[in-house]
Design a protein around this ligand. Structure first.
Ligand SMILES: NC(=O)c1ccc[n+]([C@@H]2O[C@H](COP(=O)([O-])OP(=O)(O)OC[C@H]3O[C@@H](n4cnc5c(N)ncnc54)[C@H](OP(=O)(O)O)[C@@H]3O)[C@@H](O)[C@H]2O)c1
Length: 328
């Protein structure tokens, strides 16, 4: 089968389109014929071997993971002996980041519990854009943020994968006052999906505003935690899904201390992959959420697509489509 293979850490030229052996599913796995996959932060970090913890987890000098791609959508082709949830022909999607990645290939083997059924009304391209980013958004807004209708929400990085889904998920449950922060080229798109206020971070620092928010969902975490606390309402929550490693450590340690002296809360999303895919299926099927797609691009374009993602030029999710997606 064709796959994009990573043989060493580096820039996008370390990724090459190669012929590799088609995998065989174990008893608890299904073989998925990949119709679409999407790019996320994992791919950008794993390709370059940075930040440092990537090398601790995934190979110090050489990457242990050779086929990147964490979010996939496709059709089950073969099922392992113990699989009960799926049968050949089922259209599925999911986040495979906890089971070895492998989405940038024609086929991938995935444990059955990492996949959900794809609704018929959802295309493979849309499905590939959902699992990772939507779970971060749902778990950030609900599990950590405990968002309520009528609250004032700010999403930092609202034009990216997590942000574009987060805006729509919040809107679907009655949150109206949504402020989105991102760069200028993304502001129109952010308004079109539900932001009532947009801030271009290259022009204005929202932490210097007089405005306060009940919930801040941050995909970038690039400031001191005290700056965020300054624009949080007295019972407000600051929820980070990721960002700069030093600032994340600061948020984690100082956040606990801040909680002792005020009603403000600092929370970190510890992603539970695929936990809320059924909920996303409901939101999608009722027309409340539609992923914003950048692309789709071809499998051979994965190196450029990861570079483009890493440079922050994308809007929404960067999706890769495979040749056999044309079959359906
Ligand atoms: N918690 C977990 O378990 C877990 C697991 C995996 C990943 N993650 C994290 O989840 C996050 C993924 O977010 P994502 O997929 O939405 O990324 P994304 O698609 O890259 O979106 C981030 C957005 O932020 C914008 N941005 C850049 N600098 C900014 C700034 N200073 N202020 C405001 N916006 C800025 C980017 O646009 P421009 O660059 O064009 O400005 C982009 O639109 C990453 O931080 C990742 O590390 C967390």
């Amino acid at each position: 089968m064709k796959a994009i293979v990573l043989t060493k850490y580096g820039q996008s030229d370390v990724l090459q389109l190669k012929e590799v052996e088609k995998p065989t599913p174990k008893d608890n796995e299904v073989l998925v014929k990949v119709h679409a996959a999407s790019v996320n932060d994992w791919d950008w970090c794993l390709m370059r071997g940075t930040p440092f913890y990537i090398r601790l987890l995934c190979g110090f000098l050489k990457p242990k993971i050779q086929i990147l791609g964490a979010e996939i959508a496709g059709r089950v082709e073969v099922v392992g002996g113990n699989v009960t949830k799926f049968q050949p022909g089922d259209a599925v999607y999911g986040d495979v980041s906890e089971c070895g990645f492998g989405g940038f290939a024609e086929y991938v083997c995935v444990p059955e519990n990492a996949l959900a059924m794809k609704p018929d009304s959802m295309t493979f391209v849309e499905a590939a854009a959902i699992p990772h980013a939507a779970m971060l958004a749902v778990q950030g807004l609900y599990d950590q943020g405990q968002i309520q209708p009528g609250q004032k929400l700010l999403i930092n990085g609202a034009g990216g994968g997590v942000g574009t889904l987060g805006v729509q998920i919040a809107k679907s449950m009655g949150v109206v006052e949504i402020t989105g922060v991102d760069s200028s080229s993304k502001l129109d798109m952010m308004r079109s999906i539900g932001c009532v206020q947009t801030i271009d971070y290259t022009q204005k620092d929202f932490t210097q505003n007089k405005q306060c928010y009940d919930l801040i969902l941050d995909t970038k975490t690039n400031r001191s935690i005290f700056k965020y606390m300054g624009v949080l309402s007295p019972h407000g929550k600051y929820v980070t899904v990721g960002g700069s490693t030093p600032q994340l450590f600061q948020a984690l340690f100082l956040g606990a201390i801040i909680g002792l002296f005020s009603k403000k809360r600092v929370c970190l999303v510890n992603l539970k992959p695929n936990k809320d895919l059924d909920y996303m299926n409901e939101l999608f099927s009722s027309g409340k959420v539609k992923p914003m797609i950048d692309g789709p691009y071809q499998l051979s374009e994965v190196p450029e697509a990861i570079q483009y993602f890493g440079e922050g030029k994308h809007k929404g999710k960067v999706v890769i489509t495979l040749e056999h997606n044309k079959e359906t």
